[in-house]
Structure formats: C-alpha cells, structure tokens
Design a protein around this ligand. Structure first.
Ligand SMILES: Cc1ncc(COP(=O)(O)O)c(C=O)c1O
Length: 383
C-alpha cells in the first residue's frame, strides 16, 4: 500500500540522530534554518503551536482578537486560545484554499491585534492583497503560517519574510522534518530576543528520555511508511491502536500535547539540520511530482485539480473529489491511500461554537471534498 505521505528521509538523518550530542545542536539548526528561509533569526520550539503561543506573548497580545483562517489546522486556533486571545475565523476565498483577505479586512476592529496569514497546502498567500491590508491597518501584526509552505513565493516574493514573524511545523508530515518540532523566524532582532527570553522562562529543558523517545520514533518512521509494511500500519491505525501517534485533535477539546512545553531535543535539531541542507532538493522533487500527478489525473472527470501556481511548494497535492468516499475507495483498491486533509472547518467544531460568528460555506465545501495524492513517491511508478 502506498501511504498518503512519506517523509523524505535518508540514512544521513538517522546517522545524525545517532551521533553523540553537542551543546550547540539546537542553535546550529536555528541558524541554518533561518539562513535557508532568508531571515535573520530562527527560534526552535517543540511544536509549531508552542512557537505560536510564545510568539503571541512576545508580541504583547492578551485578550486580543487574532484573525485566522476557518480552514486550517485546528491546532493554530488552539494556540491562539491557549495564549489568552480570541480567534476570529475567516472563510476561504472562492476557488482558493487560502483565507479571503478582503473578508478578513472587514472583520478588523480596534481589538484586532494580529492576523495569521496561512499559505495552505503550499499555495502562497496573495501578498498584493496582504500589502493593501497592512498599509490600511498598521496596528495589526502579521504572522505568516508557513507550516505547509516553507519558502513559497508570491510573484517571486518569499512569503515567510512578509510580516512580523513566520511559523513552521516540523513533524514528519511536513515538507521537511526534525521528527517533531517547530520554528519561528523573524528579521526583528528585538522580537527574537523577547521570544528567546520567554522560551527560557516557559519551557523546560528536554531530558535524555525525550531524546530517546524521539530517536525511537524516528527509527520507527523508516519502516512504517514503507509500501510493503504500510498495509499493516494502516490496519493498526484503523483499529485505533496508533491513536497516540496519529490522532491530533478531539472536536470538543482545545488542548495541547502533554510535552508542548518541553524544549526541542538535540536529536531533533540534528535531524532538522540535515533536512535543512536537503530542503531545496526535497521541494524540487515535490514540484516535479505534482506536475506528474496533474498529467496523470487531467482526464479524470470526478476530480477538479488545483491551479498550478508558480512559487507554490506543495506540502500536499490536493484535488476536489465530487464523491470523496468513492474516490478514496477506488484508489485504495489500486493500492494507493489518499489523504482527506483538511477534513473540517474549525468554527463548526463543538469546541469552537463560542467563537463561531457567521458562515463558512467555502471551508465547509473543502472539508467534505478534498483528497490529497501522495507526493512521497514517484507517481509514474505507482499508477
Ligand atoms: C497549517 C498549519 N499550521 C500550524 C501547524 C502547527 O504545527 P505543529 O503541529 O508543529 O504544532 C500545523 C500542523 O500540522 C499546520 O498544518
């Protein structure tokens, strides 16, 4: 069975993870990652969501409104709530997976202090529209959520540099990985200093046990996503025996992982360092695979394919299926698992009813119809 995703790992990541620790592993990863993203500072966290909570503190936000997409990973909204602020949800623009920035602008009030601009599935945020919003509302801090879109570009402009800071997620489902982990990048030296100070105060140092746990997890990832073994993994997952590793949300809870305040381990940083050096090759491969998928799927009348946007980095190759269950079942019968990400619209979740103002029809449509084709394999070889 071909898994819906597969992290791009070589023997070099495993060798780096097994190397004896050096005191500067995390700092070295931060510096290399920031350089690769064209930013002055990188600050590492155990998860992207931890980075977002700390960033909102570092920006001085408390009891503020933070505008964010209705159609994004739910942990973003969790981080806003857990930082002591209120998410204000905005629907996607029709025909685009990203948030409608004109609708976002209409929701700005004197209490609005930040906007999370997400480049979903690797599609860059429309920076022309964002420029217009920023020039009219300079008090609104801009956080680029690049968890799906490392270094994607809007007309040649790297998205992560267009705001106060950018946030990245680095778990094994992301474009590149440090096993778990997250990063905030910024050009604002004072903000970076505040963020490091908050990190020092709020996070505990990772113990040896965390490094061992991450090492074991990494070692398990190599066989788990192998097509010969993935059928077994899927059966375990469907029997809910892997929920500890795969279930990342409960619709009625606004929660955080137990270890979200335990700093990034050195093992993770060393893996991240190798992946950063390989990042450009990884993205080039994904771009060429999405083109192959486009060719292979172009005659399939049951699917509508996304626009081919120059500068997109393709965390996922997403199509809209008229009948998602039938599409998923037919590919599964061919030995290919499709993803169904993102299969919810956050404001409709029970936990977010208190924050639900308005309707989110485009997000609701995507939540029912998206399918993601695997980019971890060469499509011509699996079809
Ligand atoms: C769009 C988006 N933003 C932010 C995050 C947060 O990353 P993390 O899981 O590292 O907290 C994710 C995670 O999946 C995501 O998909």
């Amino acid at each position: 069975m071909i898994p819906r995703l597969r992290p791009d790992l070589t023997w070099r990541e495993l060798a780096a993870a097994l190397r004896p620790p050096s005191g500067d592993d995390v700092a070295a990863f931060e510096a290399a990652f920031a350089r690769e993203m064209g930013q002055r500072q990188g600050i590492a966290f155990p998860y992207g969501r931890t980075g977002l909570i700390m960033l909102l503190h570092a920006l001085g936000l408390q009891d503020a409104e933070v505008i964010c997409p209705a159609y994004t990973c739910v942990v973003v909204a969790h981080a806003i709530v857990r930082s002591g602020n209120r998410p204000v949800f905005v629907d996607c623009r029709q025909g685009d997976f990203n948030m409608d920035l004109e609708a976002a602008e209409r929701l700005i009030t004197p209490r609005t202090r930040a906007l999370v601009a997400t480049s979903l599935f690797g599609f860059p945020v429309d920076l022309d529209r964002l420029d217009a919003l920023r020039s009219k509302h300079p008090h609104v801090r801009i956080i680029q959520d690049c968890a799906h879109s490392f270094a994607c570009e809007w007309n040649g402009r790297p998205v992560q540099r267009e705001g106060d800071a950018a946030m990245f997620g680095l778990n094994v489902s992301k474009l590149m990985t440090s096993v778990f982990g997250g990063m905030v990048t910024t050009d604002d030296e004072a903000l970076a200093q505040r963020l490091r100070e908050i990190r020092r105060q709020r996070l505990v140092n990772p113990g040896l046990r965390k490094s061992l746990r991450r090492l074991l997890y990494l070692a398990a990832v190599y066989p788990a996503f192998h097509p010969k073994l993935y059928g077994v993994v899927l059966a375990l997952q469907e029997a809910r025996l892997l929920n500890r590793f795969t279930a990342y949300y409960d619709e009625s809870l606004i929660d955080m992982p137990a270890d979200y305040l335990e700093a990034m381990s050195r093992v993770e940083a060393r893996v991240g360092l190798v992946q950063t050096a390989r990042y450009r090759d990884i993205v080039a491969k994904r771009r060429s695979r999405q083109l192959q998928w486009r060719r292979l799927l172009s005659g399939d009348g049951s699917l509508s394919l996304p626009p081919d946007v120059a500068g997109a980095t393709y965390s996922h190759f997403v199509a809209l299926a008229a009948d998602r269950a039938a599409t998923v079942a037919s590919w599964r019968a061919r030995g290919v698992q499709l993803g169904e990400l993102i299969e919810y619209s956050i404001p409709t979740m029970p936990a977010y009813r208190p924050y639900q103002h308005g309707d989110f029809p485009v997000s609701a449509h995507y939540a029912r119809h998206t399918v993601n084709f695997p980019l971890g394999f060469d499509p011509e070889e699996i079809v």
